[in-house]
Design a protein around this ligand. Structure first.
Ligand code: KIV
Ligand code: ZN
Length: 518
């Protein structure tokens, strides 16, 4: 093992914005990526993989803008083993204080033969060439043998040795298809430490996918074998079944220090906030029983468990809700609360808003407090996030009226929209109240998109809870997510639809400036 491998510090490399964004339907816009990058940095992530600059202008721009504003974390851009990819990644990373180029090529027999259609010797040559090219731009270069866990061991050792000689400072071993099991994967890392002569010149990293639900277990097993960087994503987002979940890795390291004697620099209290932000932006709901960040992760239902926790929390709690930033869902403010208390609450919840934004949020809080008996932290978060996403909207809801129920067949909606500052009113029917409201939007602003996802989530408990709705719209193979929150589910649904539609219009404007009509 090398010096890094014998140190107890594990580097946390977050790829939510790259591999995470590769989940179908999880596309994020620039503002959303910047918000996530900011939270990742606050959390203490060591490396932020901000995107794949050659993939699109949007990816390029995201990497460049994140590189500009990131202070402490290393900003990383992905590149295939080609000159064009590497040069583009370097260009995007130029403004970064600390830049890393991550270049990769497939090394498994299956991938070389069918995907790359290259002979192993040509792949081996590309490894050296790509790393040397990347080293012209930065001395922080990571190399990955894609499908590493299904690569022939002799060939893997040969490529890893060459990569390190060519200047790779991190060698990342991916379990690209989530095929490994923990003992086998840690054996692979041990094999590399035993056989690659210059392995002590690099940090060994792992990147595990979750196809068999083993991504976290494989990553931790690799660390026990000497890996010192883990690639992971918030909520385990990522291609297919996703990547290893950052929150699970970090909390396993923190909670089981007795057997996993390693440290990482993550401020675990930021975990819940990061999870909610990523879920809200992508529209990928977190399953209630998901470890660490699921709604039930700290809930105790059975009487025996509740009794035990009340007597002594450790009877059924291996970590505290506070350690992951989950405050007791506390009743915060009522309709008599003042502006000062509201501003204090916002800053406790991590919002740093300007005077006008606080003013708007306060007005909406008062409206909410009139509708809802109890206003919880979660309500305030939903309300402020809802306000933030509504920046720069061309289409806004002014009025909505829906008639439905057993007497109204089919359900009817009347909607007033403000489109580019002008009011338009329309009526439509539908298969249900939501369908009727969405048909009104199509009537007033004709467009040809497919509704891919409609999801409703109650922010807190009770029949007066705010509904948080996510809508995903698709147009010409590109999808966008919209979110809306309100105590009225139909109002929240229309807000979410309009949010997605407004985002699509921004996308259209970028690809064909001036083409802003429906
Ligand atoms: O899964 C994978 O192999 C990857 C590489 C680009 C590291 O995402
Ligand atoms: Zn991956």
């Amino acid at each position: 093992m090398n010096d890094t491998a014998t140190s107890d510090r594990v580097i946390i490399f977050d790829t939510t914005l790259r591999d995470g964004e590769q989940s179908p339907g999880a596309a994020m816009n620039l503002q959303e990526k910047l918000r996530i990058a900011e939270v990742l940095e606050e959390m203490g992530v060591d490396v932020i993989e901000a995107g794949f600059p050659i993939a699109s202008n949007g990816d390029f721009e995201a990497v460049r803008e994140i590189a500009k504003v990131t202070d402490k974390a290393i900003v990383c851009g992905l590149a295939r083993a080609t000159t064009g990819d590497i040069d583009r990644a370097a260009e995007a990373l130029k403004p970064a204080k600390r830049a890393r180029i991550h270049t990769f090529i497939s090394t498994s027999p299956l991938h070389m033969k069918y995907k790359l259609q290259m002979e192993p010797d040509a792949v081996h040559q590309a490894v050296a060439d790509s790393i040397k090219r990347a080293r012209k731009y930065t001395d922080d270069v990571e190399w990955s043998p894609e499908d590493g866990s299904r690569t022939d061991h002799d060939f893997l050792c040969r490529c890893v040795e060459t990569a390190i000689s060519a200047g790779a400072t991190t060698i990342n071993i991916p379990d690209t298809v989530g095929y490994s099991i923990p003992e086998e994967f840690s054996g692979l890392i041990t094999m590399l430490f035993n056989r690659v002569p210059n392995i002590d010149k690099s940090v060994i990293s792992v990147h595990c996918h979750n196809d068999l639900g083993l991504a976290v277990a494989n990553s931790l097993a690799a660390v026990q074998a000497g890996a010192r960087q883990i690639e992971c994503t918030i909520n385990g987002l990522g291609e297919r079944a996703g990547n290893a979940a950052l929150e699970e890795i970090v909390m396993a390291l923190n909670t089981r220090r007795d057997v996993l004697a390693f440290n990482c620099g993550i401020r675990t209290q930021e975990i819940t906030k990061a999870s909610r932000l990523v879920s809200g932006i992508t529209g990928f709901a977190v399953q209630p029983n998901k470890a660490i960040v699921g709604a039930n992760a700290f809930a105790h239902e059975s009487g025996i468990h509740q009794d035990g926790v009340l007597k002594h929390a450790e009877t059924y709690e291996i970590m505290t809700p506070e350690s992951v930033g989950l405050s007791q869902s506390n009743l915060v403010l009522g309709k008599h609360s003042g502006r000062h208390a509201f501003r204090d609450k916002l800053s406790q919840l991590g919002y740093d808003l300007g005077d006008n934004a606080v003013q708007d949020a306060f007005r909406r809080f008062k409206e909410l407090a009139d509708l809802k008996k109890e206003v919880f932290d979660e309500d305030i978060i939903a309300l402020v996030d809802d306000e933030v996403v509504r920046d720069r909207e061309r289409i806004r809801m002014v009025e909505l009226e829906v008639l439905c129920g057993t007497y109204h067949v089919p359900p009817k909606a009347r909607l007033v929209l403000e489109i580019d500052g002008k009011k338009h009113e329309g009526n439509a029917v539908g298969d249900g109240p939501v369908d009727a409201a969405f048909n009104c939007i199509k009537l007033l602003f004709p467009h040809d998109t497919t509704l891919q996802l409609f999801q409703v989530h109650a922010v807190t408990q009770g029949t007066d809870a705010q509904a948080e709705v996510t809508v995903r719209l698709e147009e010409y193979g590109k999808s966008v997510n919209g979110a809306g929150a309100d105590t009225d589910t139909l109002v929240a649904s229309v807000k979410a639809y309009l949010h997605a539609l407004n985002k699509l219009l921004v996308k259209r404007e970028k690809s064909a400036p001036g083409a802003l009509s429906a």
